[in-house]
Design a protein around this ligand. Structure first.
Ligand SMILES: [Zn+2]
Length: 153
């Protein structure tokens, strides 16, 4: 899947930027994608969900802006939007056109914060087991008893 390798490159760039920023967690990544790149939003989101797990981007949201295809006609000089496949001027019908927009693939921005990045094993995160809980409870009970004794004497 094309989108997997694209997303891996995006995340690699984001992790590099994160390291430079001194922050620890990525909260949002904004991408601009031209429709001529043949990158589809649904598989791209799927790749993002799969690849961000257990990384500093695990809580991040992905924002994608898709740019339509826009060309300039060298015959009549007009700029026009068109679909991915039609390569003729919508005004004069010339095939002598030049692509202006639609091949973009860029990271527009990234938000990060300094929340500690902790890998949580979902299965064991139910009830933390505290081996000292009983000892602490006993110590508290003893302290309470001692306090009572001190008050009554
Ligand atoms: Zn034209």
């Amino acid at each position: 899947m094309h989108e997997m390798s694209v997303m891996q490159s995006v995340l690699d760039a984001a992790f590099e930027a994160l390291e430079k920023s001194g922050e620890t967690r990525i909260t949002e990544i904004s991408l601009t994608i031209g429709e001529q790149t043949d990158i589809q939003e649904v598989p791209l989101n799927f790749a993002f969900e799969a690849l961000k797990a257990n990384t500093p981007a695990r809580d991040a949201r992905l924002k994608v802006e898709v740019l339509t295809t826009r060309s300039r006609c060298n015959e009549c000089g007009e700029d026009f939007d068109h679909d991915r496949f039609s390569m003729i001027c919508s005004i004069c019908g010339s095939t002598d056109i030049e692509l202006l927009q639609g091949r973009e693939l860029s990271i527009d921005g990234m938000n990060a914060d300094s929340e500690p990045f902790i890998v949580v094993d979902e299965a064991s995160a139910v009830e933390p087991f505290d081996p000292y809980a009983d000892i602490i409870a006993q110590a508290r009970a003893e302290a309470a008893m001692n306090a009572k004794k001190a008050n009554s004497s």
